[in-house]
Design a binder for this molecule. Structure first.
Ligand SMILES: NC(=O)c1ccc[n+]([C@@H]2O[C@H](COP(=O)([O-])OP(=O)(O)OC[C@H]3O[C@@H](n4cnc5c(N)ncnc54)[C@H](OP(=O)(O)O)[C@@H]3O)[C@@H](O)[C@H]2O)c1
Length: 262
């Protein structure tokens, strides 16, 4: 299937590791011109070189913390200056910790919204005018199943993800007539460095081994394993492509069958 991604310009946030890195590689493989960003420059440049080596594509790496407006504006300006257009945004950078409700101050709640929702809004606001100019755009927002199914500890995670899903729908309505299609992807448990880190922290708190915790998590997944970042990247690549031409404002769950709601 030709996805029609050749020479499309795609920005992927949080692309030095995990789902973002694999998505950037997948888009590059399909012929897109990919711009990747993350906070740690050395790791970002490593990712750029690895993608370029594997795909033969030219990849632009720009250090950017999506919580900072000046960084986001610089990322977008440099992309347009060096490549001339923006067609695709994959909003993926964000990490929100598990919390104990009574320990979290007002200021920390605002900071948790900064970590995901605000970064996504900020990036979208800066790229939409370029998509309007091109008359074609795709935005894929990576949320998570805690947006559908709240949990006791993942309260701040769920709040961000639910907000991303709701905002995505509004955005899709607002920009449909410009040819900009905007969707959410909601992964379940995906085997990325973040998952490993989360299990290590959980192990320290509970005294259970990392392997024991991993097995307990997998037990609840009907497909019997964690997801692979490539599986999420495939879905994002499709939604970012010309082949996805009649889906907008929707949220696609990719969780090995965990969420029971239909
Ligand atoms: N893995 C899962 O099971 C899972 C499940 C549901 C949803 N998700 C969602 O999927 C997305 C990716 O998760 P992942 O597991 O692939 O994460 P990951 O392995 O921890 O990778 C995160 C990437 O984002 C970058 N990043 C983090 N904060 C950033 C910021 N403020 N500005 C720019 N870059 C930033 C990191 O690099 P630097 O640290 O150098 O910035 C890294 O490249 C997240 O939105 C996450 O909530 C993941």
């Amino acid at each position: 299937m030709d996805l029609g991604l050749k020479d499309k310009v795609a920005i992927v946030s949080g692309a030095s590791d995990g789902i973002g890195l694999v998505t950037a590689r997948s888009l590059a493989r399909e012929g897109a011109r990919v711009v990747i960003c993350a906070r740690r420059e050395a790791k970002l440049f490593e990712a750029r070189d690895a993608i370029a080596k594997e795909t033969g594509a030219e990849v632009l790496a720009i250090q950017c913390d999506v919580r900072r407006l000046d960084d986001v504006q610089r990322l977008v300006a440099q992309t347009v200056q060096k490549i001339g257009a923006i067609h695709i945004l994959v909003n993926n950078a964000g990490s929100v910790p598990s919390i104990k409700f009574t320990d979290v101050s007002d200021a920390q709640w605002y900071e948790y919204l900064e970590r995901k929702l605000m970064g996504y809004l900020r990036m979208a606001r800066e790229v939409v005018p370029h998509m309007q100019r091109a008359g074609w755009g795709r935005i894929v927002n990576v949320a998570g199943t805690a947006g559908w199914e709240p949990s006791n500890t993942a309260m701040a995670v769920g709040l961000n993800n639910a907000a991303v899903m709701n905002w995505t729908k509004s955005m899709s309505l607002q920009y449909a007539s410009d040819g900009i299609l905007i969707n959410t992807v909601a992964p379940g448990s995906i085997d990325t460095p973040r998952q490993v880190g989360n299990r290590q922290r959980e192990s320290e708190v509970t005294g259970k081994s990392v392997e024991e915790l991993r097995k307990a998590r997998v037990k609840d997944i009907p497909l019997g394993r964690l997801g692979r970042p490539e599986e999420v990247a495939n879905l994002i690549t499709f939604l970012a492509s010309d082949c996805s031409s009649y889906m907008t404002g929707t949220c696609v769950t990719i969780d090995g069958g965990v969420v029971r709601g239909i």
